[in-house]
Design a protein. Structure first.
Length: 439
């Protein structure tokens, strides 16, 4: 028999006795109650006077081996907590619709195990450590650990005073941020390639540059190494001048001199005020034969870029036989193959990597370590189609493949990281982190 109506409660407020509140989705009520049950090692009963709300019990799934009963466990928890008791009140909107459950959570929950100490047997002589070994005990940590959650219902609990570890998704995001925030010893060069046009090389160059500059603190150059009519100049912010790579080459010796300063480059590059990287443009108004460069020009520009920037992201042309393209590869530390969510463009990526792997040790290393970024350009294409191509076709031929779903902000006009949807920003962060892990 079908019910006459259905009541659904979706928006809740989590509050403490001192009045601190935070939003909580209805689907997380059980998770919060179960966590308190595990922390307090006691059964928590979720009750309410709301119509249609059934009382639910949450028992700890694992029991402490140190406590003999619930009362002893709770007494120990209260003695070590930062607050003696906590009443967590969950309240829905509207009058007289309050419900409560009370627990005694352990507010001093640790996110890392207690330190372990070696116990010497009787008569055993401790082995002295060398100074380097002693120094490593507190200098080898490379990234912050044990930071509490900030997002989701776990973050809501932290804001109310209960320390909780981040979810797996939040921890992955923190790891990606840490990866793109690194500074490496010496400059690093990233080449964005594909023999086909219109597959997203320029947007990939721009957004990778933006992420590395935003999180790493600047020092990033996006270099348009394209003799044809590239769109980078149209998709990025213009400075107070119209200078291009054609204006920089004649003053190269001056820029490479000992007295040259990074501020001198401002006459030739275009700073992106929001995304904090610089752009070295080609001149899209000219045909390729009007701005033809040779391999020595590529070497010279790269020497200038490596002198003043820590990361160089190069947008390339479509001709893999072009001497400029080939010379760019000799300077490359990490290869990124940009493609769209189609099998045809994915095939072009595969052929490029296969050919590059035959060019020698350096080319094979770049091909084996390549990252493929597949951005969806069709607004009507289903997301699972892109996922299938990335997982089944692209990921096996590279170190890692990352899919970027369609976002209208990527289609045309000036491209800025902040204009992207949050889920698109997260996907690009993942792509940049994959690139960073190869540097």
């Amino acid at each position: 028999m079908m019910p006459d109506y259905t009541i659904r409660y979706t928006d809740w407020q989590l509050s403490t006795a001192n009045g601190a509140t935070s939003s909580l989705g209805g689907q997380h009520l059980g998770e919060v109650a179960q966590h308190i049950a595990e922390t307090s090692q006691s059964t928590v009963i979720l009750t309410s006077e709301l119509p249609g709300f059934e009382n639910t019990s949450f028992a700890p799934l694992s029991h402490s081996t140190d406590a003999t009963d619930v009362e002893t466990t709770l007494e120990t928890l209260v003695q070590t907590a930062t607050e003696s008791y906590a009443e967590i009140q969950q309240t829905s909107a509207g009058p007289n619709l309050d419900h409560h459950f009370t627990a005694q959570p352990h507010f001093a929950e640790l996110l890392a195990p207690e330190p372990q100490f070696d116990v010497l047997e009787q008569g055993e002589v401790p082995v002295p450590r060398t100074r380097p070994e002693a120094r490593e005990s507190f200098l080898t940590q490379t990234k912050p650990q044990n930071q509490p959650a900030t997002k989701g219902w776990r973050g809501a609990m932290v804001r109310l005073g209960l320390r909780m570890a981040p979810s797996a998704a939040e921890q992955r995001e923190r790891d990606d941020v840490h990866a793109v925030s690194q500074h490496w010893p010496g400059p690093r060069t990233i080449a964005v390639v594909n023999g086909k046009g219109g597959v997203g090389k320029t947007p990939t160059t721009i957004l990778l540059s933006a992420i590395f500059a935003r999180y790493g603190g600047g020092g990033v150059l996006a270099w348009d190494n394209n003799q044809a009519r590239s769109t980078m100049g149209w998709r990025t912010e213009r400075s107070s001048h119209d200078s291009t790579i054609l204006d920089l080459i004649p003053v190269a010796s001056k820029m490479l001199a000992t007295g040259a300063q990074s501020a001198d480059l401002s006459h030739y590059v275009h700073h992106q005020t929001e995304d904090r990287f610089d752009v070295l443009r080609s001149k899209p108004q000219l045909l390729a034969d009007k701005q033809r460069f040779d391999t020595s020009d590529v070497d010279t520009i790269h020497a200038i870029a490596a002198k003043f920037y820590r990361i160089i992201v190069i947008d390339s042309g479509n001709d893999e036989s072009d001497p400029m393209w080939r010379r760019m590869i000799t300077h490359t530390d990490q290869l990124v193959v940009a493609t769209s969510g189609s099998l045809e463009n994915g095939e072009a990526a595969r052929l490029l990597l296969e050919e590059l792997a035959t060019t020698g040790t350096h080319g094979q290393r770049l091909a084996d370590n390549a990252v493929i970024v597949a951005s969806q350009s069709d607004a009507n294409a289903p997301h699972h189609a892109l996922s299938g191509i990335v997982n089944d076709y692209l990921d096996p031929i590279a170190r890692q493949a990352v899919g970027i779903s369609y976002d209208p902000a990527m289609v045309e006009g000036h491209l800025k990281y902040a204009s992207l949807r949050p889920e698109t920003q997260r996907a690009w962060l993942s792509a940049a982190a994959a690139v960073a892990r190869g540097l």
